[in-house]
Design a protein around this ligand. Sequence first.
Ligand code: ADP
Ligand code: MG
Length: 596
Amino acid sequence: MSKRIVVLSAEIANKIAAGEVVERPASIVKELVENSIDAGASDIRVELEKGGCQSIKVIDNGSGIEREDVALVFERHATSKIYNFEDIYSVASFGFRGEAMPSIASIARVELLTRRKNDLAGTRATLDAGKIQEVVPAGCPAGTQISVTKIFANVPARRKFLKTESTEQGLCLDAITRLALAHPEISFKVNVNGRDAFTAPQVRDASERIAMVMGEDFSNHHVLINAQKENISLTGFISRPEFTKSNSKSIYLFVNKRFVRDNSVTHAVLSAYRQIIEPRRYPAAVLFLDLPPEDVDVNVHPAKMEVRFKDSHSVYDLVSKTIAQSLAGAETSKGSFIYRLAPKENASVPGFTRSADKFPAKSFGLFSRQNLQQAITNDLLTRSSVAEKVATFNSDNVQAKETITFASLKYLGQFANTYLVFASDNGLVLIDQHAAHERIILERLKKTMGPQIISQSLLMPEIVNLTPGQIALFSGYIDFLREIGLEIEIFGRDAIVVKTLPVILSQIQAREIISDIADQLGEQNQMPSLQEKKEKILASLACRAAIKANSVLSSEEVAALCRDLEETPFNLTCPHGRPITINFSLSEIERMFKRK
Ligand code: ADP
Ligand code: MG
């Protein structure tokens, strides 16, 4: 039984289209504010009632609309922004589909007040459920004001999908935040239920706007990025490694000033942080990618939340490399917890290295607070209180400072042959010797990669046997391995010859190095990118070359380690994201002893 075909009325068609464009109050806010930006406004005010579920008003000082055109605003596919199909490949405005206004009007009541600067009188138009009620002359300031009420009143099914008012309000504010981030030259004011909720005055550049929008914490912990590759430019702000978030929502991407979501770019960002921050923690970033409009298709998503890049590989590369380099070059910020350690001559405090030797290493193989507490009670601190001990250390510290400077951290000894114990002026610090050394080696490998790497020729080139499958995997990495000072040549179907090794790894057998790399190359992971693989290789080599846990270190070795660690970026976490240092504040210790 076939049904007859009918052409849907404009009213129904608009309602259906609204489903795509107008999902919730935040989508209305986004479309209206984008129109204001497109109209050249320098001042935009948004008023929300009940989280935007009851009413939304957007007032701008933009171009205004001619009275004769007002009715057209609400016609489908009516736009002033493009005239030919090809124009969408060069469009710089947010809008061009001419769908938002008719869609919004079809599911709500809309009142529009508008006047062009040079017109004496303005125009008022009202619409209910998509139908124009009136278009009349009216006095009003230059610009446009659009009020939307009775939102989804005629689409009860949609109303049911709305979340709580506070959630919807949050989403509306998010939408404005994103637009505000990309438009520092526009002043934004948001009023919620009669109260000012957000004000962002006009500023000169994005950095000032970011400080207002992203919060002080981010602005105190950011690194500037700026790079250009062919005709793609990348600028923005990324968080320092010590500032992390529990999800990736604080990664904002703007492509030609348009906020978009792009999994590949997000992945590129995360890959640059992978070995620097703990697993399941995320950075914050505000990235502006600018490229010629013809190199990016913005017409792939109804709400234009996604775009397609002509050359997505170049974009990925530019993002991941720029961020990785900027992070490596960034100095540690004032707020971060960096331990500056004693120089060689002060490294060993007489008595303490010996006392550390008395720790029964085996029974403290695994670190726990109880163990530490026991060890401290047993040995170091039985004769006087922690406070007194620390005070003693302070007394010979001539330049006590609030930040932990090197003189205020004294090496006490090695604990469990794995952790180096230090006293700062307000607590105890443990450093994991393996994790610390791993990070030092990794950063050194990365830093010297390329022409700076120092490699050592083997007296006798070493032949290492591998499976043909492994050989095939190696063949793609020969250049990369040469960059880290490891020169290899494929020798027949199942062997490679190792000719040089990087000096930093020279204590390790060539065979072991090759086998570690083969393991990394053979590992299947979900999103294997070349960069990711290379990082894994470097991390595994660093792990192999680093001082092991459970090995006794001389005070000279400790001093050298400390000096190196001090000069190493990202010295708070090992390449696997585990911490390198753990701090027990004096007050924490006192609490454990029930002194507080
Ligand atoms: P689009 O933005 O895709 O062109 P819309 O439906 O959002 O389509 O808007 C239709 C037209 O209405 C726009 O092209 C513009 O000419 C006009 N318009 C909408 N809002 C404003 C505004 N705040 N100021 C000036 N003109 C506006
Ligand atoms: Mg629009």
